[in-house]
Design a protein around this ligand. Structure first.
Ligand code: ZN
Ligand code: ZN
Length: 87
């Protein structure tokens, strides 16, 4: 469901500079002070407050999707280490 919504956003983002006005991840429109625009360090898309979190290590904002993908990479790495590390 989330993946479908995400791809819908991607299509929209290519049109009419959608991402200048709306969050790339949840499609909610940006509003001054209430829903501020933040640029993700990884994908460079503009995301809203609820779809981003601050990374202290990177000193930048990271969107929810990039956070999940980096988490998955880390997770896969751990699995590989468990499988191959034990041999
Ligand atoms: Zn959002
Ligand atoms: Zn991102």
């Amino acid at each position: 469901m989330a993946a479908i919504a995400g791809s819908k956003c991607t299509i929209l983002a290519r049109q009419n500079k959608f991402n200048d006005h709306c969050c790339m991840r949840c499609c909610s429109p940006f509003a001054f002070l209430i829903n501020t625009k933040r640029q993700c360090l990884d994908c460079k898309f503009n995301v809203c407050k609820s779809c981003s979190s601050y990374s202290k290590e990177e000193k930048a904002w990271i969107c929810a999707v990039c956070q999940t993908s980096s988490y998955l990479v880390d997770f896969e790495y751990k699995i590989i280490m468990i499988i191959f590390g034990s041999r």
